[in-house]
Ligand binder design. Sequence first.
Ligand SMILES: C[S@@+](CC[C@H](N)C(=O)[O-])C[C@H]1O[C@@H](n2cnc3c(N)ncnc32)[C@H](O)[C@@H]1O
Length: 427
Amino acid sequence: MKRKRSTHPRNRYAEGSPDFAALAARYASFARYVRINPSTGRGSIDWRDYAATRELTRVLLDCDYGILGWWIPDGQLCPAVTNRANYIHWIEDLLQEFPAPGKNVEGGVLGLDIGTGASTIYPLLGASLRGWKFVATDVTSVALEWGRRNIAANPHLMELIELRSAAKNGGEDQEENHRLLVGVVKDEEIFDFSMCNPPFFESMEEAGMNPRTACGGTPEEMVCTGGEAGFVSRLIHESMELGTKIHWYTSMVGKKSSLRALKAEIRGCGATMVKTTEFVQGKTSRWGLAWSFSSAGAVKSGSGRSCFGTGTSSSGSFSFVLEGIDRKCSALEVLGDLGRHLEARGVACKIDAASFAITGTPGDQREGFDQRNSDGKSEFKATLFQQSPGCLLVKIWISKAGRSSSLLVSALESSESTLKEKLSVST
Ligand SMILES: C[S@@+](CC[C@H](N)C(=O)[O-])C[C@H]1O[C@@H](n2cnc3c(N)ncnc32)[C@H](O)[C@@H]1O
């Protein structure tokens, strides 16, 4: 299959678009929207049919990202999965190349999604793909209610995503009561990144209707004073106040002319780094804009933490990916295998099937394990994330006290090779 140049190389669909015929065979709810070309056997949908595009998003999230029971009410902006995932992967690149300097890794990556929408698409993708934590904000009661439902339908992601209203009490209806960062971000919070897909337009007339696609979008989602330039300009202004509390501020931008003006504005406000990228989907281009106030010299890749891939548990957390797992083997079975591996090495485990996690303590008190900090609490947490069918991300966090237990550290570190051997997956 020919690689799609517009798609991020780590995107699930980088090697080719989803196979609609196969999806229709698997999901009867989707089959009703799919026409099969008798000579090629390929399936297609009517992109002008909102119900069809929404059902496509639902089945892709279910099938390829393990995001279950997703839904949005009629007319709410329906996200295209490929392009939303591209934004997540771009942030991943930014964090990998320019990680937050000297930040404690124990809590993992924390992101802020400004304007998450009823779909809550970015936190669901970021949490399921990477195990990132999110605070997700919005101002409308529809977005907050459906965001709550979409998160609740995914118990394995629930503890990673917090929904927060950005409207001052009772001020949902007036734009002047809508906050972006100041008053939304709490004093004690430090974020690795913020992201935002802003309302792009100044009026619904300007938003118009793309005759080729039907993605919905209510005035609250599509329109704000000053359009995207006004929205992101407010974000830039407020980012100056928060400074390094958020390491990377990012936003999607819909027009190249806005991008130029916003970049100039950022340069004038003392940012140390400004990055842009282009997201292409079909005939539409969007841009990613990122800026930071962190000291540029201190954040070059490798000087901070590694957010991805195999790492060392001496820093408190590491992760690994299990690819090529037999599709009949469920994540729960893998969780059981991990528990048995740890128990066999003297680690007392508690499995939480609802959140696909194992917590516990080492049984090596006589071996120099520092119990002064322990007081019977779990000393590690291993969580499984289904990235796609047959592909699991295992994220492991070890507490400070837990790191003084060589038994625990070696049991957790050896879990990667044990699981790969057990599951006969590639090493
Ligand atoms: C274009 S929609 C994006 C929805 C979703 N993130 C997506 O990509 O499909 C913009 C969202 O921003 C929300 N919004 C508008 N002003 C906001 C504010 N001050 N703080 C948080 N969200 C806001 C709207 O209600 C809407 O849900």
